[in-house]
Design a protein around this ligand. Structure first.
Ligand code: PLP
Length: 392
């Protein structure tokens, strides 16, 4: 079934009165008439819920919908994208072991590995996922562990040979978590490439309206049970209302991505003509260094994020961002409206200047999350804003 069709189906989760959308079960716990029945539910012998930290029907409906989109047997929701990344790692690696993090990655994920996991005894190593030889060398030297990478990287839209990295890692007895936040299931389904688990910041394109913080993990049933246990016992459980909102958003994700990725391509093609923009990084452009990998691995286009290198460094970037009339500065992404962010100031401030330099992030870089507006309006706005850079 195509994702546009899948996204609007009623998930196979029981709730009363045959409502067409999941009711909002805004409850902390569930009442029982007998100890015996509660005991059966706790033991998993009878279907039901006991306490929302461990499960909630509204949240279950969202998990099911996202799992369906990822063609995954099972899914679970966490209170945030970071919660999803952390729970996936801890479920796959319950006792300390190496964590290998792709150099091109969201700063928060690097921060989790460096500041939280490494001090707990999970040695943190950067890997260059564009260079299979170095991945193989790192994993052979330091030993089996967890590899964390993004199917499309934050912020430059780098696409490494993800399927090959997964193969190399698994041959060396490591397991792989792929963050599919940027690509979304509309463009990529990393489980089909062999990933052990796929994670999302649902906050972004799946939620789609900047009104909630949530994460998701999808994968095989037996692993998702382990992830669910981490989420329950560490307390990364989402609030049911956020799940309810995200379910509503998720049903239009494919439609929004179709429009936003077409807009992103049109905007990228227009921005390469503008002299004040020195570089446009978008994997859909044939000149992007990863266009070949992107073309081979992605479907339905190339996503809704592009990054710009603006003339005159940070001052130029600031001038351009401030001169946009339709596009606010928002340190997030994935909204229906186009937003702009500055990786050095926001998403990648965790990285040292050297680490930023290694992945070509500098103060002249702006990240654009393209929305569903009219493309010509966006192009006009960027053109007038770029003109202001001359006066920086
Ligand atoms: N993964 C990626 C690629 C992100 O960009 C982000 C946040 O920006 C996260 C994970 C973390 O998600 P959240 O903010 O929902 O915790």
């Amino acid at each position: 079934m195509d994702i546009h069709t899948k996204s609007v189906q009623i998930p196979d989760v029981a709730w009363p009165q045959n409502s067409v959308v999941p009711p909002l079960y805004q409850t902390a716990a569930y009442a029982y008439h007998s100890l015996e029945q509660a005991d059966r539910v706790f033991r998993g012998e009878e279907e039901g819920y006991t306490y929302t930290r461990g499960g909630n029907p509204t949240t279950k409906a969202l998990a099911q919908l996202i799992a369906d989109m990822e063609d995954a047997p099972a899914g679970v929701i966490a209170a945030s994208g970071m919660g999803a990344v952390a729970a996936a790692i801890l479920a796959l690696q319950p006792t300390p072991g190496p964590v290998y993090v792709a150099r091109e990655i969201y700063g928060g994920t690097a921060g989790l590995a460096r500041r939280i996991l490494d001090p707990l005894g999970y040695p943190f190593t950067w890997i260059d996922t564009h260079n299979l030889g170095t991945v193989e060398q790192a994993l052979s030297t330091t030993g089996p562990g967890i590899v964390v990478l993004e199917s499309m990287s934050n912020p430059l839209g780098r696409v490494c040979p993800v399927d090959e990295v997964i193969r190399v890692a698994q041959q060396l007895n490591s397991r792989v978590v792929v963050d599919n936040t940027f690509a979304t299931p509309y463009h990529a389904r990393p489980l089909a490439w062999g990933a052990d688990l796929v994670v999302h910041s649902v906050t972004k394109f799946i939620g789609g309206h900047s009104d909630l913080i949530l994460g998701a993990v999808a994968g095989p049933e037996e692993l998702i049970q382990k992830v669910s246990q981490v989420i329950d016992l560490v307390g990364m459980t989402p609030d049911p209302f956020a799940s309810w909102l995200a379910f509503r958003g998720a049903r239009t994700m494919a439609l929004r991505m179709e429009r936003a990725s077409a807009n992103a391509l049109a905007l990228a093609e227009a921005l390469v003509q503008i002299p004040q923009i020195e570089e446009v990084s978008y994997p859909g452009l044939t000149r992007h260094p990863d266009h070949g990998h992107a073309k081979r691995l992605l479907e339905n286009g190339y996503g809704a994020i592009l990054a710009l290198r603006v003339a005159r460094g940070r001052e130029g970037a600031e001038r351009l961002a401030r001169s946009l009339k339709l596009v606010p500065f928002v340190p997030s992404l994935g909204d229906v409206m186009t937003t702009i962010s500055h990786p050095v100031v926001a998403s990648h401030r965790e990285l040292t200047p050297d680490e930023q330099e290694a992945v070509l992030i500098d103060p002249s870089v702006l990240r654009v999350s393209v929305g569903i507006e009219n493309a010509a309006d966006l192009i006009r706005d960027f053109a007038q804003a770029a003109a202001s850079v001359d006066h920086a």
